[in-house]
Design a protein around this ligand. Structure first.
Ligand code: FES
Length: 624
């Protein structure tokens, strides 16, 4: 951090928040608010005189509330920049000045009660998002008694208590009586790997090794301390981690496989009794400890939704940000020119965070050095003559890549190609065919459908599969030699969001017995949330089919990921069963109904076009 602070080519903005981001890859405009710290950063030499005379104290959140700080304080030891900050909520009042003692003693006149937030605007080519993580609050896990029992603390609180820069200067004491505990328990997976309503289903990745490290630290400090770790599995999979785990066991740390179910506190001694089953032996035993440390999991930052909106990012079901591709672009965000580093993408330890940060910096550097960028070959294009400026495309674009489309101002839509990622949602949603996609045009799809259903149309099922998940799932099924019927005819779309209702109706009109639209699981869509529009479109189509007397079940929607080869094969088998149940009469009726519908719509459109020409005094010929 100090190196960053001193680096001549790095501008470090601390105590600042990003307010707005506009632009696109290579060309971002960032507006940030540098909050007033009421202390002149350039003048303050951290002498600490102000802190000594300040009469107000408040809880120190950096020390997890175990100690306090004054209203004017140093955020934490080794803070960069090493200058004081005034907490305007704690301060007795600086406008009008109610105390002013800090200003009186400051020889360098650094205190400026009139300081205001500063808005800084920056033009940057790339952005690395490294906003970190929060830790799980175990209060909702009532059985562990956190906040009810004084000597139950979290691993984060433990870190402060054992740290040389902590409130006890590294002398570990239990909260109830400030004595060094003799028996201490660590409970693993608190808030992680949970399949109940509380906690999170994912593994937080860092807690096992954190506990192993903490146990060794305690043994180093207090050789006679008894340490017991209750765990589900110890995941020591990094370089040197297994050795560390073995060292911890050799140092006498007792590992019990099984998590405690009940906690009791002795009201006099404040000691804690835990009832736990050792799942290796099947024995249920009670254990007594002076202090219990809950090894809490990692969660996404509370403000991650704000960051998501600022940079048009997408999140996985766990709430962490989703990378552009897990194998090929693991540090790139789906938005061009944005990269990830650290726990913002998934829980990871320091080493992995540094590795990812280095990769993100290198990716950004490659982009900046290149001068030019290669944009996606598959992007949307607006045919401005057909655009009615209705603005639907602007609304549905997950990347905010479409400008204009303003009916009042009569500005047609304009696709910013550098921002467009080519999901095709705009082309599917446009009611006037004014938006099309390079290499995935409507005519190409309808031609494929015609070819698929040529000859015995009853024998084939039409399948739309998104490139990133379902199509890869089909590949996996093939690679895994999974058997499934060969009657499916698969069409690749970049995203399920590209599947236009017209394609589906066209397939039914051409005699398809069953149509399947498949894509990534919700929150896994590689185009942020484009498949949200797929769902809406399919739901509308189900209603329409029902109204037309066509069984909606003949149109299926399924989410299949790249790892779900088996699900793909099973779905294909189910589709085959459904296909066999569709009768020839049913299909012929569908073809007739949809043909009439299409003809009606075409006649209506022709009438409308003729009216338009008439209004412009252009003679209407039979062809027109
Ligand atoms: Fe698969 Fe959007 S990329 S559904």
């Amino acid at each position: 951090m100090m190196d960053v602070g001193r680096h001549p080519r790095i501008n470090l903005y601390t105590y600042s928040e990003i307010e707005d981001v506009s632009g696109y890859i290579g060309n971002f405009h960032v507006k940030l608010r540098k909050k007033a710290r009421y202390v002149n950063e350039d003048e303050c030499n951290a002498c600490g005189e102000c802190e000594l005379v300040c009469p107000v104290v408040g809880p120190d959140s950096f020390q997890q509330g175990f100690s306090s700080h004054k209203a004017i304080y140093m955020p934490f030891p080794q803070a960069v920049p090493s200058v004081y900050i005034l907490d305007d909520e704690l301060c007795l009042g600086h406008n009008p000045i109610a105390c002013g003692k800090c200003a009186d003693v400051c020889e360098k006149n650094c205190i400026d009660f009139d300081m205001e937030d500063e808005i800084i605007e920056l033009d940057v080519g790339a952005v690395v998002v490294a906003t970190g993580m929060d830790v799980y609050d175990p209060t909702e896990m009532d059985e562990y008694g956190y906040t009810r029992f004084e000597n139950v603390i979290t691993s984060m609180e433990f870190e402060r208590l054992i740290s040389a820069g902590g409130p006890t200067e590294g002398h570990f004491v239990r909260p109830s009586d400030q004595k060094t505990p003799k028996r201490i328990a660590f409970i693993q997976c608190v808030g992680s790997r949970s399949n109940s309503e509380v906690g999170n289903p994912y593994c937080s990745n860092i807690c096992c090794m954190n506990t192993v490290k903490d146990s060794l630290l305690l043994k180093d400090h207090y050789s006679d301390i008894e340490i017991t770790v209750f765990y589900m599995d110890i995941r020591a999979f990094g370089k040197g981690f297994e050795d560390l785990f073995i060292r911890s066991k050799q140092a006498g740390v007792n590992y019990i496989r099984g998590l405690p179910g009940e906690f009791f506190e002795d009201p006099q001694t404040k000691n804690l009794t835990l009832i736990a089953e050792d799942t290796n032996t099947g024995e249920i035993k009670s254990h007594e400890f002076d202090t219990v440390v809950l090894s809490v999991g990692v969660i996404p930052r509370q403000d991650s939704d704000t960051v998501r909106q600022l940079f048009t990012l997408s999140r996985t079901e766990d709430g962490f940000f989703m990378e552009s591709h897990p194998k090929l672009k693991p540090v790139d965000a789906p938005t061009g020119g944005v990269f990830f580093a650290g726990c913002v993408e998934y829980p990871k330890d320091v080493k992995d965070s540094v590795t990812q940060a280095s990769a993100a910096a290198a990716r950004a550097q490659v982009l900046l050095n290149a001068g030019d960028i290669n944009i996606e070959a598959i992007t949307s294009v607006c045919l401005t003559d057909d655009c009615t400026s209705c603005g639907i495309c602007v609304k549905v674009c997950p990347f905010n890549a479409i400008r204009g489309g303003d009916a009042k101002a009569k500005t047609p839509a304009e696709v910013i190609e550098a921002m467009c990622k080519g999901c095709g949602t705009c082309a599917a949603e446009c009611n006037f065919d004014a938006l099309t996609m390079k290499h995935f045009e409507d005519a190409q799809y309808t031609a494929q459908i015609d070819a698929m259903l040529e000859g015995d149309h009853m024998a084939n099922t039409v399948v739309f599969a998104c490139n990133w998940c379902s199509y890869a799932g089909a590949d996996l099924a093939g690679l895994s030699r999974l058997q499934y019927p060969a009657s499916q005819r698969i069409m690749r779309t970049m995203c399920s969001g590209r599947v236009d209702s017209e394609f589906i109706l066209h397939a039914f009109e051409k005699g398809a017995p069953i149509v399947l639209v498949s894509g990534c699981h919700f929150a896994d869509c590689h185009y942020i949330d484009a498949n949200r529009w797929t769902v809406k479109r399919i739901e509308k189509l189900w209603d329409k089919l029902e109204k037309l007397g066509i069984r909606p079940e003949r149109l299926q929607l399924e989410w299949i990921s790249a790892a779900e080869g088996r699900k793909w094969a099973n779905t294909m088998r189910d589709l085959e069963d459904m296909r066999k149940q569709v009768t020839k009469e049913e299909v012929e009726h569908t073809m007739q109904v949809l043909k009439e519908e299409r003809e009606k719509a075409e006649a209506k459109a022709a009438k409308k076009a003729a009216k338009k020409l008439e209004a412009k005094n252009i003679p209407v010929t039979a062809e027109a």
